[in-house]
Design a protein around this ligand. Structure first.
Ligand code: HEM
Length: 219
């Protein structure tokens, strides 16, 4: 526990949770992207994820912990940073010495948190209810239909797309920042990490945007 009571320990733990979520996003995009190409493929992949005990009872609780931890820790670090700054704008002189993205991680993070509340209501809760509350039997066919119908309303598609753009901005700073926080700084590798982070923060949100728009226009 001493690890997360020191300032460096907190940044380190924050970065590790971020890296875990970066990997989750790749897997999540990959599985959901199948829905564009193959209804059957998406149903099979979702069924595997939904009923595999290792995914359900090991990965899912770790993921939930990482999400909650990341948001709480991000909030605590931001409040402490602000309190540590005697004159707020003397050290953080707007765009003069930091990017819009880095100064607004809390705002983009809050939008993503609001998106997750809607997203859990849309997908996660109905799934938990279907399996564990209503106690239904596994049904390999339902996933694609459910996902497809969720993107029927333009307001939901719009909210999702706006959230994915904010997610991109959050990742544009967060990706390289997480590497810096674990001390991965090297004249040779840092430019590569930054370039990879820039591509990641465009491709991942764009992939999610394509999924949402694809299902909307093919209703
Ligand atoms: C068009 C984009 C997206 C689609 C179609 C989608 C679809 C889904 C579906 C179907 C589930 C339920 C999985 C289950 O429990 O059976 C789910 C859960 C979840 N999604 Fe998404 N998702 C999208 C974007 C995102 C984004 C951008 C994030 C993160 C910022 C995210 C985070 C999560 C989390 C944390 C869960 C709960 C964990 C899980 O059950 O796997 N999703 N999503």
């Amino acid at each position: 526990m001493a690890v997360i009571t020191s300032s460096i320990g907190r940044k380190y733990a924050m970065a590790l949770s971020a890296m875990f979520l970066l990997i989750f996003l790749v897997i999540h995009l990959f599985v959901n992207f199948i829905s564009i190409f193959s209804e059957e493929g998406f149903n099979t992949a979702s069924h595997f994820m939904g009923y595999n005990p290792a995914v359900q009872f090991v990965m899912q609780p770790i993921l939930m912990f990482a999400v909650v931890f990341h948001f709480l820790m991000g909030f605590i670090l931001e409040v402490r940073n602000n309190n540590a700054r005697p004159v707020k704008y003397a050290m953080n002189n707007g765009s003069a010495n930091s990017s819009w993205m880095s100064r607004n991680m809390l705002i983009s993070g809050a939008v993503i948190l609001a998106f997750l509340a809607l997203h859990f209501y849309d997908f996660w809760y109905p799934e938990i209810s279907y399996k564990y509350i209503q106690g239904n039997n596994p049904d390999e066919l339902r996933y694609w239909e459910e996902l497809h119908h969720k993107f029927h309303d333009i307001w939901r598609v719009a909210l999702y797309v706006i959230s994915f753009i904010l997610l991109g901005l959050h990742l544009a700073h967060g990706f390289q920042s997480s590497f810096q926080s674990i001390g991965a700084r090297h004249p040779k590798y840092t430019p590569f990490i930054k370039a990879f982070g820039n591509w990641y923060s465009v491709i991942i949100p764009l992939g999610f945007i394509i999924i949402a728009i694809y299902h909307f226009v093919t209703q």
